[in-house]
Design a protein around this ligand. Structure first.
Ligand SMILES: [Zn+2]
Length: 503
C-alpha cells in the first residue's frame, strides 16, 4: 500500500541565455553494432561536448528530420513519435515529455548536430529496438547484440602474477596459448572495454584481436608457460591467467594448478588501466510500514510490514556480500518510520539509490501481480526545473550581480532524478519478468510521498497483492522471496552498469 499526494507547482524566473564561441574538432567515432553488422558513426567535439550529425542519424536509424525555421528548432519523427529539439535549451521533448541533454541542438556548416546523449536519452525511449550507448568502448548497440563488459585486474602472488579478466554477463570463452601470447575468443558480437591497454611489467599489451570478439594478451618476463582457467559464474565469467614471473625464486610455494583451483574472489586489486568508478556506493532499502502501521494484511494474516522487512534484509545481505556496496535500511525492526524521514535518511547517507519495498492490497481479491512506481511530477514543475538547471540556477538580482539560489526545494529533490528513476523502474521490470507474476504494464508513475524528497534515483516496488489468496500464499513463501531478492539484486547490477555507461 502506498500513500499519494499532489505536488504544488513552482513558478520560476527566467534569465537570459549565455552564448558561447564554438570550438569544434572531430572526436573518436562511435561504432554502431547491430545484427546487421558494424557501421561507423562520426562524432564531433563542440565546446568539449560530443555531437553527432542528425543527417547521419537519419540514415542509420530511419528517422525523419525536419527543420522548423520559425521556432529555430528541429522535429525528429519516428513511427508516429515526435521529438522536438531546441537550439536554445539543452532539452528534447519526446512526445511531450522533457528530457535533458548536455547541450542544445547546434548547427555547424549548415548541418544540425545533437549531443550523443540524444541517442540514449531521447531516441532510445521511442525506438522499436533497444539502443544502448557504451561510451567507454565507443560502442552504440542497436537491438539484440551480445556485448559483455570486460574488466581487468592484476593479483600479485609471491612468485606468480594472476591476471583476471571478468566478462559480465557470463559468456562462453575459449583460450589458446602460443608462447607468451594468449588469445581469448568470446562468444559475443563485441567486447565492451577501453582497449588496448598497456600494462606494467607482466602485460605488454592487452587489446582486441583481428575479430571484434577476440582479446589478445601479450605477456612479458614469462619464466614458464602461463596457465589459463575459465570459471562461469551466475553473473560473470572469470578468466584467470597465472603467469610464473622471471625473477621468482626457483621453488614457488604455490603451484599454478593450486592457484587455478582456488576459489576466485571478486577482483578488486591493482586495476591496470580500467577502474570501475564507484557510481553506486550506498543503497538505502526502505521496508514499507512497521510498528503500528502494519500496511496491507492478507486473509491468512500475512503482514506487509513483515514481508517487506524480510525481503529488505535478504537483499542487504546479498548486495553487501557480493558487491561490496553499503546497504542501509530505513528500519531494521518492527517500528514505524515517517515517510519524509525515510527519504531524509537516504539523503543524509548520500545514497545513490533508494528502493522502497511494499506489498499491495485491493478491494478486488482477484487483483494480482507486482508493480513498480516512480515519481510523477507536474508538468509545470518539471519544465520550470529543467529551465532553471539549463540556466545554471543563477539569477540576476536588483542592483546588479547575481546570486546562486537553490531553486529546487528540498521536497522536490526527486525531480532531478526522475529520468534515472524511470530507467531503474524499467530495469526492475525486465529483471522481474519471468521470476514473479507482474501486472501487464508493471511500471507506473504516481506522486508518491515517500519518493518525492529522495535526492537520488528512487523507485517503489509492490511485490504482489496480499488480498489475493493465491498471491498471499506465494508472497509468503521462501522461494518467492528468494526470486524477488535475486531479481532486485540483478537490477542493482544492471543499474550500476547503466550509471557507469552514462557517467
Ligand atoms: Zn505499503
Amino acid at each position: 500500500m502506498i500513500h499519494r499526494f499532489c505536488l504544488v507547482a513552482l513558478v520560476l524566473v527566467l534569465a537570459g541565455l549565455a552564448s558561447y564561441a564554438q570550438v569544434n574538432s572531430p572526436s573518436r567515432p562511435l561504432t554502431l553494432l547491430s545484427s546487421q553488422g558494424r557501421q561507423v558513426l562520426p562524432t564531433t567535439l563542440i565546446n568539449g561536448q560530443e555531437f553527432v550529425s542528425l543527417n547521419n542519424l537519419a540514415k542509420l536509424f530511419a528517422i525523419t528530420v525536419r527543420e522548423d525555421s520559425l521556432a529555430g528548432g528541429i522535429t525528429v519523427s519516428y513511427q508516429g513519435n515526435t521529438i522536438l529539439l531546441s537550439v536554445e535549451q539543452p532539452l528534447a521533448s519526446v512526445n511531450g515529455r522533457l528530457v535533458t541533454l548536455p547541450a542544445p541542438l547546434t548547427h555547424l556548416e549548415n548541418q544540425a548536430f545533437v549531443p550523443i546523449e540524444f541517442l540514449s536519452r531521447a531516441l532510445a525511449t521511442v525506438y522499436d529496438s533497444k539502443i544502448e550507448l557504451r561510451t567507454t568502448s565507443r560502442l552504440l548497440l542497436l537491438g539484440q547484440v551480445n556485448v559483455p563488459r570486460l574488466t581487468v585486474t592484476l593479483q600479485e602472488q609471491d612468485s606468480f602474477t594472476g591476471l583476471i579478466l571478468e566478462l559480465t554477463p557470463s559468456i562462453s570463452v575459449s583460450a589458446t596459448t602460443d608462447a607468451s601470447t594468449i588469445t581469448l575468443t568470446v562468444e559475443a558480437d563485441g567486447i565492451d572495454a577501453e582497449l588496448p591497454m598497456v600494462g606494467e611489467g607482466l602485460v605488454e599489451t592487452l587489446g582486441l584481436g583481428n575479430q571484434p570478439n577476440t582479446i589478445v594478451i601479450d605477456l612479458q618476463s614469462v619464466a614458464g608457460l602461463p596457465t589459463t582457467n575459465i570459471t562461469d559464474g551466475a553473473l560473470s565469467t572469470l578468466v584467470t591467467i597465472n603467469v610464473p614471473l622471471a625473477n621468482a625464486s626457483s621453488t614457488p610455494s604455490i603451484t599454478p594448478e593450486q592457484i587455478s583451483q582456488e576459489p576466485i574472489t571478486p577482483p578488486s586489486t591493482s586495476p591496470i588501466s580500467i577502474t570501475s568508478r564507484a557510481v553506486l556506493q550506498t543503497i538505502v532499502l526502505d521496508p514499507g510500514h512497521g510498528g503500528e502501521d502494519i500496511g496491507a494484511m492478507g486473509t491468512r494474516g500475512t503482514l506487509e510490514k513483515q514481508i517487506t522487512l524480510d525481503i529488505a534484509r535478504r537483499l542487504k545481505a546479498m548486495v553487501e556480500s557480493r558487491l561490496g556496496i553499503r546497504v542501509l535500511l530505513t528500519r531494521n525492526e518492527d517500528r514505524n518510520v515517517n515517510l519524509d524521514e525515510r527519504a531524509a535518511m537516504a539523503n543524509h547517507s548520500k545514497a545513490d539509490l533508494f528502493l522502497s519495498i511494499h506489498a499491495n492490497a485491493s478491494l478486488s481479491p482477484e487483483l494480482a501481480g507486482a508493480e513498480i512506481f516512480y515519481l510523477a511530477i507536474d508538468r509545470e514543475v518539471e519544465e520550470a526545473r529543467k529551465t532553471a538547471v539549463a540556466l545554471s540556477t543563477s539569477l540576476p538580482v536588483v542592483g546588479g550581480g547575481s546570486r546562486s539560489i537553490d531553486i529546487i526545494g528540498w521536497d522536490m529533490a526527486q525531480a532531478s532524478h526522475v529520468e534515472n528513476s524511470a530507467v531503474l523502474a524499467g530495469i526492475l521490470e525486465t529483471s522481474l519478468q519471468g521470476q514473479i507474476p507482474l501486472q501487464p504494464s508493471a511500471v507506473k508513475q504516481a506522486p508518491l510521498r515517500v519518493l518525492v524528497g529522495a535526492n537520488m534515483p528512487a523507485v517503489l516496488i509492490e511485490i504482489g497483492y496480499l488480498t489475493n489468496p493465491t498471491q498471499e500464499e506465494l508472497v509468503s513463501s521462501s522461494g518467492f522471496q528468494a526470486s524477488v531478492t535475486q531479481a532486485l539484486f540483478s537490477s542493482i547490477l544492471r543499474f550500476r552498469q547503466f550509471l557507469e555507461d552514462n557517467q
